[in-house]
Design a protein around this ligand. Structure first.
Ligand code: ATP
Ligand code: LTN
Length: 336
């Protein structure tokens, strides 16, 4: 058992899909918070690779993306001594409970999920059943560990609400089986916007590469992308309506340096956007530098990575098997 996993602390579960480059938005909006939560809670984290095949993956790229996502999260500061951090497909209880929960989830409920509606439009040639039942697998991830809290972005809140409904329904039929989880809303809910269309969130699936900064982008690439960031014509560094581009850059500067937007505005009073963009880029480069250094060490050391994900998967299996056994017994399955 990882050294700080105790019975008293609340349990947090979260996962990220290995579906491409991890962006500055993912880091500031999610990963940075996960790292901070590790001391206060019993955290369990996963790379959600089963979820990722709801859209077609090229086997070679997929295998590499899974390992890269794993190494990058370790480089961001996920510490397996504190928090088991595993790869979802390595722990078979997830797929098993997902099947069971599918039978306790209604067609109508799944049809209302906005992510399903969006993604089935985006991938109209491959509207598979997995895309439809994606939320029951996510519910299994969470409910297997009896999680109290789940840090998720706004886009995943509807899935969490469905998870709660499934848990309550199951508990209603069979008696108390699952902890009903709450969403965890961090204090600084940094939402990082696209550098090209700052009314849209920065998203790794955006085809315009200038819209996002990847955690592993080279310093010169980061500088170039910030210099090209869309701003406005007022040429005044301050938060304001209609200044989405500058608001976003101030938000990024604040999330990266810990300074408030008032402090940032005062510091750049009377200075142009050019100066400000360079300063934001430099702050981001400095923030990402140690992560990039650690990443290049981890990715070279495949044995170390395997040791971490195997150890965490063993722990996760033991924990999740307890819930799955309880569920199966309640449903009436014959014991092995
Ligand atoms: P996609 O482009 O496939 O929708 P994504 O970049 O939006 O991917 P997800 O895998 O959906 O990322 O999300 C992983 C985590 O990162 C979630 O907790 C999500 O809330 C957070 N996140 C993603 N984009 C941002 C953003 N721009 N600002 C803040 N948090 C974000
Ligand atoms: N669907 C989430 C990733 C995810 C997740 C989870 C998040 C899979 N399982 C369990 C929280 C809890 C996403 O795409 N961001």
């Amino acid at each position: 058992m990882p050294e700080n996993v105790t019975e008293k602390k609340k349990v947090i579960f979260s996962a990220i899909q290995p579906s491409g480059t991890i962006t500055l938005g993912n880091y500031l909006g999610a990963l940075q918070n996960w790292v901070k939560l590790q001391d206060e809670y019993n955290c369990i984290f996963a790379v959600a690779d089963l979820h990722a095949i709801t859209v077609r993956q090229e086997p070679k790229d997929f295998r590499r993306n899974i390992l890269e996502a794993y190494a990058l999260l370790l480089a961001c500061g996920i510490d397996t001594e504190k928090s088991p951090f595993f790869i979802q497909s390595h722990v078979h209880t997830h797929a098993e409970l997902a099947w069971i929960l599918n039978c306790y989830t209604q067609f109508g409920e799944l049809s209302r999920m906005t992510q399903f509606k969006d993604k089935s439009q985006k991938h109209a040639d491959n509207v598979n059943a997995g895309l439809f039942t994606y939320p029951s697998l996510m519910a299994a991830d969470i409910l297997l560990y009896q999680a109290d809290l789940v840090p998720v972005g706004v886009d995943q809140k509807q899935h969490l609400e469905l998870t709660r409904n499934i848990a309550e329904r199951f508990n209603g039929i069979y008696g108390n089986t699952f902890k009903v989880p709450d969403a965890y809303i961090g204090q600084v809910g940094a939402k990082i916007m696209s550098l090209q269309e700052p009314t849209k969130k920065m998203s790794k699936s955006d085809e315009n590469v200038n819209a996002w900064v990847a955690v592993l982008d080279k310093p010169e690439t980061i500088m170039k992308k910030f210099k090209r960031a869309v701003t406005d014509s007022e040429a005044k560094v301050c938060v304001g309506e209609g200044k989405d581009g500058i608001n976003n850059l101030i938000g990024i500067m604040s999330a990266v340096t810990g300074k408030t937007s008032d402090e940032i505005t005062a510091e750049f009073d009377g200075r142009g956007y050019g100066d400000f963009k360079v300063a934001v880029a430099e702050a981001v480069i400095e923030k990402l530098r140690p992560i990039q250094e650690r990443y290049s060490q981890y990715i070279e050391n495949k044995d170390y990575l395997a040791e971490q994900y195997r150890k965490s998967a063993e722990f996760a299996l033991r924990l999740s098997q307890r819930t799955l056994d309880k569920v199966m017994k309640k449903i009436g399955y014959l014991a092995k």
